[in-house]
Design a binder for this molecule. Structure first.
Ligand code: SAH
Length: 254
């Protein structure tokens, strides 16, 4: 009998931000597949098999999960945040498309999660209140020229820009180059947010400006939000600051 496969978003870190549907799907699975540190966030259940893997092997992990489901298991593949945002859901569907014909009969579902950008935005106000673009700076899976072309389009279109995967030990220079490009299109006073480990115990959120943004302060667990020309930084009477983008937009002359 063919089993089932659910691709489950765990949210950005805190168990409170894992949806009841995600928790229920994980509890009902016979087998859990995913990157080791993400699996470690799922409560242990007797009788459930865990298949931890390396972070880089997305397609191999997807195939392994489909093999288990084809053998009749009820499989949950875990992702952080939302599984459809730079995560495992695409890898599973790619494996279904290109893999064994019988895999197309497997009941595959996607259980959404709170993507890190939504949790980060909620911490500091409403920076994503108007049109925004989400771009991964990782050039592991696409050429850097493509990243720059998309950044240029997003920046010249005056979109709020969210950067995922801004930096890692193997990719130390990309963020500085990306910020320089965006600075050609935006005022130096544009609000910029560095959100690190959102909803984790070591969460740190820095509000700065395009001129003040320090690329060296980002790592693999950081995401960055760069405001549009309409995004505002407001300081409350007790010094608490928030960032928001209004719901209305004026026509800006360029
Ligand atoms: N599917 C995930 C994104 C995976 S890509 C989601 O929807 O959130 C990995 C990138 O996500 C990291 O490099 C970082 O930019 C961002 N990220 C994931 N969790 C984060 C968190 N708790 N705080 C800040 N950024 C996070």
């Amino acid at each position: 009998m063919t089993g089932r496969l659910a691709i489950v978003g765990l949210g950005p870190g805190s168990p409170e931000l894992t949806t009841p549907l995600a928790s229920g799907t994980l509890a009902a699975a016979t087998d859990l597949v995913g990157y080791g540190p993400y699996l470690a966030r799922v409560p242990e259940r007797p009788g459930q098999q865990r298949h931890p893997s390396d972070n880089r092997e997305e397609l191999a992990r997807a195939k392994q999960a489909l093999e288990l489901a084809a053998a009749g298991k009820s499989v949950a593949v875990v992702s952080s945040g939302d599984p459809g945002v730079f995560a495992m859901a695409s890898a599973v569907f790619e494996a279904v498309e290109t893999g064994k014909p019988t895999w197309r009969d497997i009941d595959v579902t996607v259980v959404p999660g709170v993507s890190a950008m939504l949790a980060a935005a909620a911490r500091i106000g409403a920076p994503l209140g108007h049109d925004f673009c989400v771009i991964s700076l990782s050039d592991n899976l696409k050429p850097w020229d493509v990243v720059m072309k998309r950044l240029e389009a997003a920046a010249s279109g005056d979109f709020i820009i969210v950067l995922y995967n801004p930096a890692s030990k193997a990719r130390p220079w990309q963020l500085a180059e990306a910020l320089s490009l965006i600075a050609c299109h935006r005022a130096s006073s544009t609000p910029v947010i560095f959100a690190h480990a959102v909803s984790r115990p070591d969460e740190r959120i820095d509000i700065t400006t395009l001129a003040g943004a320090d690329p060296a302060s980002a790592d693999m667990r950081t995401l960055i939000i760069i405001g549009s020309s309409a995004t505002k930084l407001v300081t409350g009477s007790k010094g608490k600051r928030f960032v928001y983008t209004p719901r209305h937009v004026e026509l800006v002359e360029s």
